[in-house]
Write a protein that binds this ligand. Structure first.
Ligand code: ASP
Length: 341
């Protein structure tokens, strides 16, 4: 692993790198009043950058288009490549931080992944837009400006990967896309915002407690592929065929999004036992959007060999389980990851 220096407070004009991945912030519609029927991932990074000339007052910015997709089309290969590129950039003395623009649909997965694999205390800020660039009141330009203000701020050093949307600074672990359309979609309902951006300054009130970045054990520098991990949803009348299909298609881990405190139905339980007997890691999380799934709470994890997923939503639990499986298949090690990160 390359040793990456701790970021020193920035005394010169900040030098940031903007990485663009597509999404609605790069989207265009046929009319300014259309917010829903548009094409994502159309404008390239130079067009995005030139739409916010005010950025020149904040930092020197290098820009790079590394992907041009709607974020539901992102896959773990993209995450691995992005994580390696961010680490490469942050290991340079002429890069003080990274801003990433991507689609909002899976932004919480990307930001949590980076939170776990970035080997630096330098700021990494992910942003996007809920409205395409052609909209009346497009939110992308201000989100990008705010994200850049945060990435350029010495106060942002050491806080883990952050998401900046709608004037708020949210921790990557806890942020959720809560609404399909509104500009205030990104929230951290359980734990609150880390801070806010007002005019040209950011204000912090909280820090991430769970391990991240330099405190994280995950090193992807030699990882070529992440283990296959799938999500199975629990519901009335659920049945084992989907879980069995994950096993048959080579899953190394399964995230079970159960009802309430991640209860597993009697219909699914035999398939869970079979998967665990076959050496597959099974982690229970809740399909409810908020709350803790505690170990052995309303389900005997120790008897069945499952792990409990804490407050992570299914998509984020999948990210952590992929990384945990790069280190160990052992259930107590996997549980320790869900307790730490
Ligand atoms: N609607 C999405 C967005 O807000 C599209 C995507 O995730 O790429 O960016």
């Amino acid at each position: 692993m390359n040793a990456v220096p701790l970021a020193a407070p920035v005394h010169h004009r900040p030098r940031l790198t903007l990485l663009a991945l597509g999404g609605t912030i790069a989207g265009k519609a046929s009319q300014s009043t259309i917010y829903a029927g548009y094409r994502a991932a159309v404008s390239d990074v130079s067009e995005i950058l030139s739409s916010v000339p005010e950025l020149a007052g904040v930092a020197d910015i290098q820009a790079n288009q590394i992907l041009q997709v709607a974020s539901q089309d992102m896959a773990s290969q993209h995450l691995l490549a992005l994580g390696k590129e961010v680490n490469r950039l942050l290991s340079r003395h002429d890069c003080d931080g990274v801003v990433i623009t991507q689609g909002t649909n899976t932004l919480e997965e990307t930001s949590y992944f980076l939170n776990l694999v970035v080997r630096s205390h330098k700021p990494v800020v992910v942003t996007g837009a809920m409205r395409p660039s052609t909209s009346l009141s497009a939110d992308g330009p201000m989100n990008l400006f705010r994200a850049t203000v945060v990435a350029a701020s010495p106060q942002a050093i050491g806080r883990g990967v952050m998401v900046v949307m709608n004037d708020q600074i949210l921790g990557a672990r806890d942020v959720h896309k809560t609404d399909t359309m509104t500009v205030d979609s990104f929230k951290s309902p359980l734990f609150g915002v880390m801070g806010m951006v007002v005019d040209n300054a950011c204000f912090f009130y909280r820090s991430a407690i769970r391990c991240h970045t330099l405190d994280s054990e995950f090193d992807i520098s030699d990882t070529q592929e992440l283990p296959k991990v799938d999500i199975v949803y629990g519901y009335q009348d659920d049945h084992r065929a989907l879980l069995d299909a994950c096993v048959a298609t080579g899953s190394k881990g399964i995230v079970l999004a159960g009802a309430g405190t991640a209860a597993i139905s009697a219909r699914l339980l035999p398939a869970v036992k079979d998967a665990i007997a076959a050496g597959i890691a099974v982690v229970r999380v809740s399909r409810s959007s908020l709350g803790l799934v505690g170990h052995n709470v309303e389900f005997d994890d120790d008897t069945y060999g499952t792990a409990s997923g804490d407050t992570l939503n299914p998509a984020k639990a999948r990210i952590l389980l992929m990384l945990a499986l790069t280190r160990s298949m052992n259930r107590s090690n996997i549980q320790a990851c869900f307790d730490r990160y």
